[in-house]
Write a protein that binds this ligand. Structure first.
Ligand SMILES: *Cc1c(COP(=O)(O)O)cnc(C)c1O
Length: 409
């Protein structure tokens, strides 16, 4: 249940070699939007190379093509993921969009790309796939029925594990086995690279909303995609140059600054999460607790080095969930996760509010489900807050039930 010592070392030093070479200790933030050139032919060559997906060129030319601060942060993520390349975007959703768009450039048959996806999945990803905004054919499949859902035009299999918000685990190796030659992207946002590295299990792409653990302090919006497939890396950079969904250098700097503490943050928060999950499980107001640490599937120990820091729990009704979420005081009622502080939210109405009612009820996104992202506070302080919130919940539920009882005269 701990990140290996090697990852602690990598997290501290990754992406910093060029900083030392500059004679600096902290990575500089390069805010240039354009870069002067002396040799116009060389600048033109650089522009062409970068526009077609090269990672570097003689001159960056223009910040939409390349930025050294962003490149250092990308290098750091790549080292933690065990990937050759990481490409950073303006948000997690920009990263998801780029992956879907890149499927068009990687096929030569001109057919509409077909994507097989597994629910539950982050609400806006679900929305992006069902809204047809990107003109992509989508089939939803159960994790063990991916092979049957494949078509000749299938360009991508998309999974999320642990899944948002139910913390269902999907067996990455079993999915990549079914996918065969078709690339698999794993949204691994809930399990940062210190606890899960999807490329080690056959995935072609590992994706994170860097807004969550990688930024880690609630002040970055970003997304990253890592791969060791050179064609995919070039396609992902090509889409970024063409669509402009860049990670800003200041956000990249903050993400890189958060990297050395990533293993320590995750390890501390997940041991607190384990203690809280046990206490929630024993509480009479809580009907069920979803926590990867309780998952007995063999993929849990194979693909995760710890349970992570998220817990979902079932309180039975919308009113019970709302009363609890509104009653916390040390904990913050807010969407997002993976921050230094503990956050609580209600998936059915917030992060998964855009998901269809059928998909919600088929995949356990119930009106009574609450999601907790555990931060770095003490387990006792967090439990005291949760306990008083669950007390408020019991009072609210009692009031609702009694208001609904017809008065006997
Ligand atoms: C938050 C999140 C996203 C989207 O990331 P943004 O940075 O908010 O665009 C995608 N997938 C998962 C699992 C998330 O939790």
């Amino acid at each position: 249940m701990s990140a290996s010592d090697d990852l602690y070392t990598t997290a501290v030093h990754a992406g910093r070699a060029s900083v030392h070479a500059l004679g600096k200790h902290a990575p500089p933030i390069d805010l240039s939007s354009t870069y002067p050139f002396d040799d116009m032919d060389a600048a033109a060559r650089s522009l062409t190379e970068l526009a077609h997906g090269a990672a570097t060129a003689k001159t960056p030319v223009y910040a939409r093509l390349h930025n050294p601060t962003v490149a250092r942060a990308e290098q750091a993520v790549a080292e933690l993921e065990g990937a050759t390349d990481t490409v950073a975007y303006a948000s997690g959703m920009a990263a998801v969009t780029a992956v879907l768009m890149a499927t068009r450039t990687l096929r030569d048959d001109n057919a509409t790309p077909h994507v097989v996806a597994v629910r539950p999945i982050y609400g806006t990803t679900d929305h992006l796939l069902t809204s047809n905004l990107l003109g992509i054919d989508v089939s939803w499949a159960a994790p063990n029925a991916i092979a049957e859902a494949m078509r000749p035009t299938t360009a991508l299999v998309m999974i999320e594990t642990p899944a948002n918000p139910t913390l269902d685990l999907v067996d990455i190796q079993a999915v990549t086995d079914q996918a065969g030659d078709v690339p698999v992207v794993v949204d691994s946002t809930f399990a940062p690279p210190v606890i899960q590295r999807p490329l080690e299990h056959g995935a072609t792409l590992s994706l994170h909303s860097a807004t969550k653990f990688l930024g880690g302090h609630g002040d970055v919006i970003g997304g990253v995609v890592s791969t060791s497939d050179a064609d995919w890396a070039a396609a992902l950079r090509h889409v970024r140059v063409a669509t402009g969904a860049l990670l800003h250098p200041h956000a990249a700097y903050l993400m890189h600054r958060s990297m050395p503490t990533l293993p320590a943050r995750v390890e501390r928060a997940q041991s607190t999460a384990t203690a809280l999950a046990d206490r929630l499980e024993a509480h009479p107001a809580v009907q069920a607790v979803h926590f990867p640490g309780y998952d007995t599937a063999p993929c849990y120990t194979r693909q995760m080095d710890g349970p992570g820091t998220l817990i979902s729990f079932e309180l039975g009704t919308y009113d019970a969930a709302r009363a609890t979420v509104e009653a916390v005081s040390l904990i913050t009622a807010a969407v997002s996760l993976g921050s230094t502080d503990t956050l609580i939210q209600h998936p059915a109405s917030l992060t998964h509010g855009v998901v269809s009612d059928d998909a919600k009820s088929d995949h356990g996104i119930t009106p009574g489900l609450v999601r907790l992202s555990v931060g770095l506070e003490s387990a006792d302080a967090l439990w005291a807050d949760l306990e008083q919130a669950l007390e408020a919940c019991a009072v609210a539920v009692y009031a609702v039930e009694n208001a609904a009882t017809p008065v006997q005269v």
